[in-house]
Ligand binder design. Structure first.
Ligand SMILES: [Zn+2]
Length: 185
């Protein structure tokens, strides 16, 4: 079993998240793009039945003890907070072809059936803009998990539209109050 990498397990508002990322030290690993997911389970309707801190502990148990993986995705984005799960400066486990080269961002909900709420969408756009700005990535490189030829399931659901997120992230980049600035390669 690969060694579990541990989690951050903290939730941030969008503006606090843009500050948090500037405190993360990037050494050897630099992601090249972001892979977008949805949690499917739990659904968005279920998410707040359990406090976020407990959600993080439950997800840690799932990825570490049930899946026996070394890590999970990097972020879980809800309507209120952006939760950092796997540390942003190490590869996660979320998309078989791209784990070594991409961040994994989970939008909380099952978007094959649930409506995407404006609050969830805005937090996701903001989190993605922060990540793209931090690493100097172009939103045109954003990928959906289901575009991974090695994936086995339809993630995220069809209500997550890649072009919509790419244009919204592009519009958001540069509008954050505190620009972290791109990390030079
Ligand atoms: Zn996925």
């Amino acid at each position: 079993m690969p060694a579990w990498k541990g989690i951050i397990g903290k939730g941030f508002t969008a503006s606090d998240f843009s500050q948090y990322v500037t405190t993360v030290t990037f050494n050897a690993w630099r992601p090249q793009f972001v892979v977008l997911h949805n949690t499917a389970v739990p659904t968005f309707a279920e998410w707040h039945n359990v406090p976020g801190e407990q959600r993080m502990k439950n997800l840690e148990s799932f990825y570490r003890d049930t899946q026996k993986w070394s890590a999970g995705p990097h972020l879980f984005v809800a309507d209120d907070l952006i939760w950092v799960f796997t540390p942003l400066n190490t590869p996660g486990v979320h998309s078989p072809s791209w784990n070594a080269i991409a961040w994994g961002v989970e939008i909380v909900g099952d978007y094959s059936v649930e409506p995407l709420s404006p609050a969830v969408r805005q937090n996701a756009v903001s989190a993605l803009a922060t990540l793209h700005e931090l690493m100097g990535l172009d939103p045109s490189t954003l990928r959906l998990h289901k575009e991974d030829p090695k994936t086995t399931h339809n993630c995220p659901g069809s209500r997550i539209v890649k072009a919509d997120f790419q244009s919204a992230v592009l519009a958001q980049i540069g509008t954050n109050e505190h620009r972290p600035g791109a990390v030079s390669a």
